[in-house]
Design a protein around this ligand. Structure first.
Ligand code: AP5
Ligand code: MG
Length: 218
């Protein structure tokens, strides 16, 4: 059966951590718009340059660019059994665009996506963001504060270099929160009205959140 999952939550709420775990267990593709945009930036493309000019200010990248990236990704055959969307949609206009994209890529699809909202107070999150490190090779995510790493520069899973995201400064993180509250939070009510929404307590530890997430899958 086709399964479609959407993950919404503020910066640092654990979307990436949990969606990577779910992708591994479900074998569904993990589609992280932030990571796709960072790959565009790394490639030096014009799209990447445009994206960077918004991301460095903690603002949403323009609708046209994100819609194009998502549509191209959802048309790939590995999405035939479903997908996990991490950080998309994150505005009402993106949610309506996604409705249209899903009709376009699979007109006969009658699956209702399940939307997971990660509920956690902002106070907890800045500390998570400034202590985040990601592996440049395997993409694993670590928290220097809660996970004791022998070498804070090397991935304990694959030996790759651990890097800090450019937007993980307190200054940009605060701008990302402002963008989240203004543009992304309205999606919660919209998806609640559609009865697609499942709220998870994202202040818990990583394993407890994952257990609750798997238990809530319809
Ligand atoms: P994006 O990369 O999606 O960033 P974000 O939404 O700010 O979310 P994060 O990736 O920072 O946090 P996360 O929820 O994934 O948390 P994680 O699991 O890593 O987007 C970046 C930018 O790209 C945006 O600002 C925007 O400019 C642009 N963009 C992206 N999508 C877009 C879109 N759809 N439209 C337009 N623009 C878009 O965890 C964070 C840290 O906490 C880690 O260190 C982790 O180890 C730790 N941690 C996780 N869970 C726990 C826990 N339960 N307890 C303790 N620590 C934990
Ligand atoms: Mg993420």
């Amino acid at each position: 059966m086709k399964q479609e999952f959407i993950f919404i939550g503020p910066p640092g709420s654990g979307k990436g951590t949990q969606t990577k775990m779910l992708a591994k267990d479900s074998k569904l593709p993990h589609i992280d718009t932030g990571a796709l945009l960072r790959a565009e930036i790394a490639s030096g493309s014009e799209d990447g340059k445009l994206a960077n000019s918004f991301m460095e200010k903690g603002q949403l990248v323009p609708l046209e660019l994100v819609s194009r990236i998502i549509k191209n990704r959802l048309m790939k055959s590995d999405c035939d059994n479903g997908f996990i969307l991490d950080g998309y949609p994150r505005s009402l206009e993106q949610a309506y665009a996604l409705d249209d994209i899903l009709k376009e890529v699979d007109a006969n699809n009658s699956v209702q996506p399940q939307v997971f909202y990660f509920d956690v107070a902002q106070e907890k999150l800045v500390e998570r963001l400034v202590n985040r490190r990601s592996c440049a090779d395997c993409g694993s995510i670590f928290n220097l504060k809660t996970m004791s790493l022998e070498d804070e520069t090397k991935c304990p899973k694959c030996g790759g270099a651990l890097t800090r995201r450019d937007d993980d400064t307190e200054e940009v993180a605060n701008k990302r929160f402002a963008t989240y509250f203004a543009q992304t939070e309205p999606l919660i009510d919209m998806y609640k009205e559609r009865e697609w929404l499942t709220t998870l307590d994202a202040s818990l530890d990583i394993d407890s959140i994952y257990k609750n997430l798997v238990g809530a899958i319809k």
